[in-house]
Design a protein around this ligand. Structure first.
Ligand code: SFD
Ligand code: AMP
Length: 627
């Protein structure tokens, strides 16, 4: 049997993850912990400076309300998110994040982040809610602030520890267990409160690139659904597990489109159909009132392009050359000013990707594309689970104490499990928080978790016999490999175990073909989903037979088990919601219309750790009074 050393860590607050949410939680919680003589511990599977979705940097801050400049109100943002998610959002949570996000952005600037400003010193907006930044080192700046805050408060940071399971004492979360991805050590974190902030999920569905370039994706392949798994296994109620996010991106290298649509005012067309968002606008009537909103909800923007693709009018293109030349034309009279403007636009176009999705700049270079001279293909990506962007999947969390909402049970962002909090991609139904809003929500959860520890934080009661059981189970893929790998000439082909990559292919094929992936043109139905559930029975059996030859593969094994749980929650919830509400994300061919009478509600689910049974439930959507 694998003989890993067990390392025990005792702390007051444990933060699982090291991304934008976790850094927000760490920075805020450390401040309050210091005041109360408490200890904060953060654990990340990677290195804080370059981990998570912002590892490569970003070229924009996508949530800034601009309250101090009188541009917008917090209520405006609540209405924007309500429309964009087709009426389904926790307005109390969206309001709470939106009222704190501007101060968070001002902190980023104080810490050294360069936010573009115009000649009057005002922020340069990409769009109504988005600011342009020089963001290549965005994550390093935010991580430094978190590190300083934790060090100043006598806390600890653990890197390269993959958190696998929550530690439970009845319906209370008392920490987490995991293993080092570099040395044979098994970690047991005992905590009075825990924040799940381990991002969303990628590669649950088969990506567009399967052979050469397998692994290319927009959202990072190393966010593997650990937040959702952690909160589900703890028995927490989950929400919006059907609301995957499908971003339209520059094809094959996944470059984002926001700056092109908003800053460069670029048009998107189909080769044979023209500007589909204009040509097909009548379709939006079918999705009223949300379809008639401005801006058109993200899923419907996708859907209109998909209709053109279904009719064979593709490919779809982003008219970058037209957009750049239109802007530069204003300077045509003065050749020197025109040349300067063209240079400026060219660098902005490249900077947008060099700061965020470098592979897009590579692909442009590899295909001799000059965006000012040639348009680029765009395409709808494979689905992701990311509650912080225009998706909504995550845990069902408590609202803030001071707001008039039925959904509050004591501590902001606490799950329905005692002592467990969730934020960022880990918390659901509060979309459009992005990097800045995730950091702000992390701060909210960090402060509330310390308040919980001060008021209710009994010492964690950890059953070490249970921990030994978890250790054995978590390391079992290493034992299975060891026991059988010499029984076949090629250890990759062995009837006694399945390797993580083979298992992931099996999961992705199931999801792609039955749950509305790319090759199913994002369509599914009750029959297809029922078949998916049949196949999940076998997949779960297979997961018991995962084999791992080393630490690297052990991590891949558990990443894929986390992905599998996210996939199952997704399929169960798409089955439960008997309508199509987010065409462009997924379309149920057997229930093709939106059903406001029966399904203007949250579709929530919960896995019961005691019985192992799943429960599905409806929750009312409660608009904020007066908004
Ligand atoms: O335009 C474990 N995002 C953008 N946000 C913006 O504000 N502006 C942009 O321009 C954005 N663009 C964008 C964005 C993301 C990506 C990938 C691209 C472009 C290419 C979205 C934000 O990045 C996103 O909203 C936030 O980062 C979400 O924050 P958070 O904290 O929920 O997730 P994270 O930052 O990925 O952090 C997750 C952390 O968890 C760790 N982790 N640790 C221990 N054990 C485990 N089992 C773990 N599993 C994961 C990770 O290492 C990481 O530290 S645009 O395209 O949208
Ligand atoms: P993306 O690059 O798709 O991640 O989008 C970045 C930001 O721009 C997000 O806040 C999107 O909601 C917003 N956005 C992208 N495209 C459009 C559009 N066509 N109209 C309005 N907002 C958009």
């Amino acid at each position: 049997m694998a003989n890993f050393e067990t390392v025990e860590v005792n702390t007051d607050l444990l933060i699982v993850g090291g991304g934008f949410t976790a850094c927000g939680a760490a920075t805020e919680a450390a401040y309050w912990a210091k005041k109360n003589g408490l200890k904060v511990t953060l654990v990340d599977k990677a290195a804080l400076d370059r981990s998570g979705a912002v590892a490569m940097g970003l070229s924009a801050i996508n949530q800034y309300v601009g309250v101090r400049d009188g541009d917008n109100t917090v209520e405006d943002y609540v209405r924007y998110v309500r429309q964009d998610l087709m009426g389904i959002s926790r307005e109390d949570l969206v309001y709470n994040i939106a009222r704190h996000v501007d101060s968070t952005v001002h902190l980023f600037e104080k810490w050294g982040l360069k936010i573009w400003t115009d000649e009057d010193g005002k922020y340069v907006h990409e769009g109504r809610w988005q600011l342009m930044i020089n963001g290549e080192s965005y994550k390093i700046i935010i991580a430094e602030a978190a590190k300083n805050a934790i060090a100043d408060a006598g806390g600890e940071i653990y890197e390269r520890i993959f958190i696998t399971e929550p530690l439970m004492d009845g319906n209370r979360c008392v920490g987490a267990v995991g293993f080092s991805t570099r040395e044979e050590k098994f970690y047991v974190f005992k905590a009075k409160a825990t924040i799940a902030a381990a991002g969303g999920a990628v590669h649950v569905f088969r990506p567009r690139s399967v052979g050469e370039g397998f692994g290319r994706s927009w959202y990072p392949p190393f966010n593997t659904g650990s937040s959702a798994y952690f909160t589900m296994k703890a028995g927490a109620e989950m929400t919006c597990q059907e609301v995957r996010f499908i971003p339209v991106r520059f094809k094959d290298a996944y470059g984002p489109v926001g700056a092109w649509f908003l800053l460069f005012k670029s048009r998107a067309i189909s080769a044979e159909g023209g500007e589909y968002m204009a040509v097909r606008k009548d379709e939006l009537q079918n999705w009223a009132p949300y379809g008639l909103a401005k801006p058109i909800p993200a899923n419907l923007r996708n859907y209109l392009g998909m209709l053109d693709m279904d009719e064979g009018l593709g490919p779809l293109y982003m008219e970058t050359d037209e957009a750049i030349n239109k802007i530069a034309d204003a300077f045509k009279e003065d050749p020197k000013a025109f040349k300067k403007k063209m240079k400026e636009l060219e660098s902005e176009a490249w900077e947008d990707f060099l700061d965020m999705t470098i592979s897009q700049a590579h692909l442009w270079a590899a295909q001799n594309v000059k965006p000012e001279e040639k348009h680029s293909e765009i395409a709808a990506c494979e689905p992701y689970f990311i509650g912080s962007h225009s998706g909504a999947s995550g845990a069902w969390v408590s609202g803030p104490e001071d707001l008039d909402t039925p959904y509050k049970w004591g501590y902001a962002n606490m799950c329905t499990v005692d002592g467990l909090f969730a934020a960022g991609d880990a918390s659901g139904a509060s979309s459009h928080k992005f990097s800045s809003g995730s950091h702000a929500e992390g701060r909210i959860a960090g402060k509330a978790a310390i308040k919980y520890v001060v008021e209710k934080g009994a010492d964690p009661n950890v059953d070490m016999a249970k921990v030994e059981g978890l250790k054995k189970k978590i390391l079992s893929p290493l034992d299975l490999w060891q026991a059988h790998c010499n029984e076949t000439t090629d250890p990759e082909i062995n009837a006694n175990y399945i390797l993580p990559r083979q298992f992931m292919f099996r999961l992705q094929k199931l999801m792609d073909e039955y749950a509305g992936g790319v090759t199913s043109a994002f369509k599914t139905s009750k029959s297809l989903l029922d078949r998916a559930m049949e196949l999940f029975v076998f997949l779960k059996e297979d997961s018991e037979k995962l084999g791992a030859r080393d630490l690297y593969e052990l991590e891949r094994c558990w990443e894929n088990i986390h992905r599998m749980w996210q996939g199952e929650a997704h399929v169960r919830t798409m089955l439960f919601r008997e309508e199509t509400r987010w065409p462009g994300y997924y379309f149920r061919s057997d229930t093709p219309k939106m059903d406001e009478d029966n399904w203007h509600c949250f579709a929530n689910c919960r896995w019961d750790p005691a019985s192992g049974e799943w429960e599905m439930m409806k929750r009312d959507v409660v608009p904020l009074p007066g908004v």
